[in-house]
Design a protein around this ligand. Structure first.
Ligand code: HDD
Length: 711
């Protein structure tokens, strides 16, 4: 057997082992003595039991090359603990990214709710938010076409309120009893274990095509909403109708919305596919970078408030989670802002162990009878026991309330909040503090006393029977470019479905949404004949007015703030031009990243040295919102035959990005197939830089898309 002579092995000449650990060198002598050099005053490594560890490099052996001794408690403890590091990943929403922040209340809302966090203007409530994808496992790529979870935990002074929402205001199913079927169908197929984090497979579309109540959600998930550019640029929704209840006991129905301060933005599908290869952590890195740089992501909390009278006259049942209420019918009142200003200290302790639950509500907020919500209220508590392994998961710091709390629950695995004293039951006759916590009839949570009566039935209300009208309304509310993306996404996904009957069944549903859309998809799939329209349970209401608020591109914020410009540079780059571009980007509140043939940097035209952020194949244009190609003539000559440089330009062009360039860069642009349009801006002098950044505020030059996407 070969003997190792590496720096971590046993040096043949000295007979000593050595290891470089950060700034400290550990040298181990033959006799086992340990010397620490440098590193200063560091804590001593111990076992879990606190015993100091002398040697963490070698297990205990009998003789130099002999067997390992079972008594090596440090080895056993270390391996034992490592073997148990993982907890079950979430059955859905496994991949997530969390951050801390606060919710700041704009004004007092005492007239509509007694919820403590809404009583005092300017009050800040600590918050923890976890964003997630739904279908993929923990290690899946960020840019999967998927719904994004938007789960908010607000540590209010009267307990934790969790708003466990998504970035889409409607859902796939109406009744929680179908959730396991839906999730099974969406996830990897059980016999083969793939595809990962993708709905483009037979099982998903088989289920969906047999489940017309999903059609509204299907239109949403096939839209650009499921490929967001950043978690910072997406909306959030509580989805269900909830109740707000004021001190007088008056109830108002509410739907919760989160509106991103920087506006909404998505990527295009071809870009998403490439981002997943270039940077599978694209979303979490973006969130991490922006919080670490002090550019704190922000959303405003919006309330859609309505009463029973509105609910009665609204075209759909407000308890049906597959429907939304258009903003045009019930405007959104913005009541506060959510700011994320701190990354976690430990991903496992916080992001992995955070336990959200729709059942976590506080006085002043209440449930509605939405059957999806009612089922969720069971599932979330139940799942925490599976994942976190103990009914004491609320003792974990990320889950514990930040207000005082006193229960009479006790013991169990890992109980580390253990009350002192004699009393663990109620009622008791021990007086004063010795008697322990008491209920508070007025201050405590009182359920809204809704009148309920009826037969016990397994039945779906008639009022849930319209499956197509809002899908149609959503589709017609999109800009033409968005409509073409929906058609392309449906065609892509159904092209991955092997069973022709499923493809046809889906097109049959689309005929009830919009005939032109159905035809486009049928043509895209090359269906030999148009299937019959699916039989709707209730006739499609074609009179619903489009809701412009539902368009993503139509509501773009008109700013490049928070976005990223990628600049390709080479030796000889015009230093003044680059400085002007940087100044314009800084003034916009955006970020500039320099990409060069080699990461060490380039020598600029004025002799200065400019360090790069990325090597050309490590910083493809898909990770930027716009690009500038500032090559010198020599730089262009060098890169014109470099595939990654050509891709940088060709992808930016194909993805309809704004592209600035120097005249000298033209050979590369020409080789990459760039054709002139007004999204391509030549920078002649430094004074052109600001104009280019202003153009970038449109985010994409969509007029180009028809020229670069023909099928
Ligand atoms: Fe759910 C996690 C959102 C329906 C059962 N869900 C989970 C998360 C989000 C949502 C954001 C991740 C929370 C986190 O970051 O830890 N879920 C939704 C929305 C729904 C929805 C917006 C519909 C409006 N969910 C839904 C139903 C059920 C569940 C109908 C079951 C009956 N969801 C769960 C769960 C999860 C979960 C199994 C997995 C991990 C967890 O709860 O903590 O209990």
């Amino acid at each position: 057997m070969a003997r190792t002579t590496s720096s971590r092995g046993r040096g043949p000449a000295t007979g000593r082992t050595s290891a470089q650990l950060g700034d400290q060198t550990i040298i181990r002598g033959e006799g086992g003595e340990t010397h620490q050099i440098a590193g200063g005053d560091v804590p001593v490594l111990t076992t879990q039991q606190g015993a100091p560890v002398a040697d963490d490099q070698n297990s205990l052996r009998i003789g130099r090359r002999g067997p390992t001794a079972l008594e090596d408690f440090h080895l056993r403890e270390k391996i034992f603990h490592f073997d148990h590091e993982r907890i079950p990943e979430r059955v859905v929403h496994a991949r997530g990214f969390g951050a801390h922040g606060y919710f700041e209340n704009y004004g007092a809302l005492a007239d509509i709710t007694r919820a403590d966090l809404f009583q005092r203007p300017g009050e800040k409530t600590p918050a923890f938010v976890r964003f997630s994808t739904v279908a993929g496992s923990k290690g899946s790529p960020d840019l999967a076409r998927d719904v994004r979870g938007f789960a908010v935990k607000l540590y209010t002074k009267e307990g934790n309120w969790d708003l466990v929402g998504n970035n889409i205001p409607v859902f796939f199913i109406q009744d929680a009893i179908k959730f396991p079927d839906f999730v099974h169908a969406a996830k990897e197929e059980p016999d083969r274990g793939f595809p990962q984090a993708a709905t483009a497979h037979d099982n998903f579309w088989d289920f969906i095509s047999l489940n017309p109540e999903s059609m509204n959600m299907v239109l949403w998930i096939m839209s650009d909403r499921t490929i967001p550019r950043s978690l910072r640029f997406m909306e959030g929704f509580g989805v269900h109708t909830f109740r707000l209840v004021n001190a007088a006991g008056k109830s108002t129905f509410v739907k919760f919305h989160w509106k991103p301060k920087l506006g909404m933005q998505s990527v295009v599908w071809n870009e998403a596919l490439k981002i997943n290869g270039a940077d599978p952590d694209f979303h979490r890195r973006d969130m991490w970078d922006s919080i670490q740089s002090g550019a704190f992501p922000e959303w405003e909390l919006g309330l859609q408030l309505f009463d029973e009278a509105f609910a009665d006259k609204f075209a759909f049942d407000v308890l049906d989670a597959t429907k939304l209420i258009p903003e045009e019918e019930v405007p959104i009142r913005r009541v506060g802002r959510l700011v994320l200003d701190r990354c976690v200290d430990n991903f496992f302790a916080e992001t992995e162990q955070v336990a959200f639950g729709t059942g976590n509500i506080v006085p002043g907020i209440d449930f509605s009878n939405d059957p999806l919500l009612q089922g969720r209220n069971f599932s979330y508590l139940d799942t925490q026991l599976k994942r976190l392994g103990s009914a004491n998961f609320t003792h974990l710091p990320i889950n514990a309330p930040k207000c005082p709390f006193h229960t009479l629950q006790q013991d169990g695995h890992m109980a580390f909040i253990n009350p002192k004293g004699r009393v663990n039951y109620e009622p008791n006759s021990w007086g004063g503090a010795a008697g322990g916590p008491r209920e508070a009839p007025d201050k405590g949570f009182n359920s809204y006393p809704a009148e309920e009566q009826g037969q016990k039935l397994r039945i779906r209300s008639e009022t849930f029977a319209d499956h197509y009208s809002q899908a149609r309304q959503f589709y017609l509310s999109q800009m033409p470019i968005e409509q073409s993306h929906i058609a392309a996404a449906l065609t892509f996904e159904l092209s991955k479905v092997e069973t022709l009957a499923i493809r046809a069944r889906m097109v049959g549903h689309l005929l009830n949404v919009d005939e032109a859309l159905a035809k486009k998809v049928a043509d895209g799939l090359r269906l030999k004949e148009m299937p019959k329209a699916a039989e709707p349970a209730r006739a499609v209401d074609r009179s619903l007015k489009p809701s412009p608020a539902l368009s993503l591109i139509g509501n773009a914020a008109g700013t490049f703030k928070g976005r990223k410009l990628g600049v390709l540079i080479s030796d000889g780059v015009d230093a003044a031009l680059l400085a002007a571009l940087k100044a314009a980007i800084d003034a916009e509140g955006a970020v500039i990243k320099l990409v060069a043939p080699m990461v060490g940097g380039v020598a600029a035209s004025d002799g200065s040295w400019i360090a790069a952020d990325e090597k050309i194949d490590g910083g493809p244009s898909v990770v930027f919102d716009a690009v500038a190609v500032l090559l010198s003539a020599e730089g262009a000559a060098l890169l014109v035959d470099e595939a990654s440089a050509r891709d940088f330009v060709a992808d930016a062009f194909a993805h309809c990005k704004f592209i600035a360039h120097t005249a000298a860069s033209m050979p590369l642009l020409a080789k990459a197939g760039v054709a002139a349009d007004t999204g391509i801006v030549e920078l002649r002098t430094a004074s052109d830089a600001a104009g280019f950044v202003a153009a970038c505020r449109q985010l994409r030059f969509w007029d180009r898309e028809a020229k670069v996407k023909r099928v």
